[in-house]
Ligand binder design. Structure first.
Ligand code: FES
Ligand SMILES: [Fe+2]
Length: 416
């Protein structure tokens, strides 16, 4: 039976089967995960020639490598002989990989180097085999993206307005570069990947889900998403969205207020930024980092970077690491400890969110009501000065943008 996505995804509601039906998940892999641009990691993770890290694009295991000539590539972690994983270590440095099963070896650019007892194949260099490669790899602000479609929109076209948010993050570094070198935490949630994406864009839940943490820590975050907040939710197009907290930060006009600190706590960083940016430094220091969901799997929550990796219709791995800013050691220590404090194993934010994703998934085993409501704020949306749709801080504007793009890709995939 063919799924009619236009029936399941409506402007103000989406059908529960989108989160629970294994055949829809299988179609998502083909039409979204193995077609559009998906964030895999960051070039700083493979800084030197020979460096490699194991990554994933949905269920597929890939190896991000840096070749001798400095090129970043993505190899599929599957031996051309009989399919074994050729790379077991999470990270390392090597110019080649050796499959443990029968000892075939490959260069870190994928070419087959050799195979033991080669007479069985008529001698050396007889096989036209090698590791699979992700056909398109592209990089923006150091973030590495993969597309399994040999043709299609470029990364620049895919990112659209979301590119500006990555620029805004990089601008916080005195050297203009983000580094993701703090290591990744991996959280497994028994929930469909779209519940995670929706939650990342949801400004409605913080007051409730994180209320106890905010009250214990005296955090000002809750107020940013309250009904009185001047922050906005912005549909950036292409399925991307942001919770733009800048209006509130500008109102407070406190350099480093976005980071929950003051300039006195990070004097070297602030001085460096002022020396570098002159008058414009105040704006950068006041407005801080973005809170943006880049379709389908890169989420930047100011100080933390997440990549979302679906592994089954009801299971998702969320990888998370701390933003690190090149040339800002004073900031980096704090960024790391804030990140671990909020989304680490004993962190206070992600544990609460994870509970919500999993409860959502369990709740949807019940079949009625069939729909999930996403109409919050429909009646008060407006178009901003740059032509983007915006809603209030706690409206579901970002979610609606996600679903519109999702629907387009799923319908386009059906037509091909
Ligand atoms: S499966 Fe890799 S060498 Fe046989
Ligand atoms: Fe949350």
């Amino acid at each position: 039976m063919t799924v009619q996505y236009s029936e399941l995804i409506q402007p103000e509601r989406v059908h529960g089967s989108l989160y629970t039906d294994p055949s829809i998940f299988a179609e998502e892999l083909e039409r979204i995960w193995y077609r559009t641009w998906v964030c895999v990691g960051h070039v700083s993770e493979v800084a030197r020639p020979g460096d490699y890290v194991r990554k994933n694009v949905a269920a597929q295991d890939v190896i991000m490598t840096r070749s001798a000539d400095g090129e970043v590539g993505l190899l599929l972690n599957r031996c051309a002989h009989r399919g074994n994983l050729v790379c077991e270590d999470r990270r390392g440095n090597s110019s080649s990989f050796r499959c443990p099963y029968h000892g075939w070896t490959y260069r870190n650019t994928g070419e087959l180097l050799g195979y033991p007892y080669n007479q069985g194949y008529g001698g050396k260099n007889k096989l036209e085999l090698g590791l699979g490669r992700v056909p398109r790899v592209d990089i923006y602000q150091g973030f590495v993206f993969a597309s399994f479609a040999a043709e299609g929109p470029t990364l620049k076209e895919h990112l659209g307005a979301a590119a500006g948010e990555l620029d805004r993050l990089a601008r916080l570094s005195p050297e203009g570069e983000v580094e993701l070198t703090a290591g990744w935490l991996r959280h497994r949630a028994k929930a469909n990947w779209k519940l995670l994406v929706e939650n990342e864009t949801d400004g409605y839940h913080p007051q409730f889900v994180h209320g106890s943490v905010f009250s214990v820590t005296g955090s000002p975050i809750g107020a940013l998403y309250s009904d009185k907040s001047t922050a906005v939710t912005r549909d950036l197009g292409g399925g991307h969205s942001e919770n733009d907290l800048r209006p509130e930060f500008r109102r407070a006009a406190r350099p480093m207020g976005w980071f929950g600190t003051s300039e006195a706590r990070v004097p070297d960083y602030v001085a460096k930024m002022r020396a570098l940016h002159g008058e414009q430094a105040e704006e950068i220091l006041i407005e801080g980092a973005p809170h943006v969901m880049v379709f389908p799997n890169l989420f930047i929550a100011e100080i933390s970077v997440f990549t979302i990796q679906p592994t089954a219709v009801d299971e998702t791995v969320q990888n998370v690491t701390a933003v690190q800013l090149k040339g800002a050691p004073e900031m980096n220590r704090r960024l790391l400890s804030q990140c671990v404090g909020s989304v680490g194993p004993a962190g206070m934010l992600l544990a609460d969110d994870s509970e919500m994703y999993e409860r959502n998934q369990r709740g949807m085993a019940a079949r009625r009501p069939e729909w999930l409501d996403i109409r919050r704020g429909v009646g008060r949306e407006r178009i901003d000065e740059n032509g983007f749709r915006i809603g209030a801080a706690n409206d579901e504007t970002g979610m609606r943008g996600f679903w519109a793009h999702y629907r387009g890709l799923m319908e386009e995939g059906a037509a091909q």
